[in-house]
Ligand binder design. Structure first.
Ligand SMILES: [Zn+2]
Length: 88
C-alpha cells in the first residue's frame, strides 16, 4: 500500500477509469443480485453502480458497498430469495 498523494488526488478529480479496458466509468442504476451462500440470494433494486462504457465491467463505490453490507445483515437468514431496494 503506497499510493502517492498525487494519485489519490487524481482519483478524486478524474472520472473513474475501468481497470479492464481504461474507458470511463459512468454511474448507472442497476438491479444486482448478491449471492450470500449456497441457498441465499439478495437482489438489490436501483443500486448505484459504476459501469464501464467500453466493456460493461462494473464496480460499487466504497460508500455504496458499506451500505449494501449493512442492509445484507438485516436480511432474514431463513429467506432464500430477498429483494431489497437500495436506499442511501
Ligand atoms: Zn472496461
Amino acid at each position: 500500500m503506497c499510493r502517492g498523494y498525487e494519485k489519490v488526488l487524481q482519483d478524486i478529480l478524474q472520472p473513474m477509469k475501468c481497470h479492464v479496458c481504461g474507458s470511463d466509468m459512468t454511474e448507472e442504476y442497476s438491479d444486482m443480485p448478491f449471492k450470500l451462500s449456497q441457498h441465499k440470494v439478495v437482489i438489490f433494486k436501483d443500486l448505484p453502480v459504476l459501469q464501464c462504457s467500453g466493456c460493461g465491467e462494473f464496480l460499487l463505490a466504497d460508500p455504496v458497498m458499506v451500505q449494501v453490507e449493512s442492509m445484507l445483515e438485516r436480511s432474514m437468514p431463513e429467506t432464500e430469495l430477498d429483494v431489497m431496494r437500495y436506499a442511501a
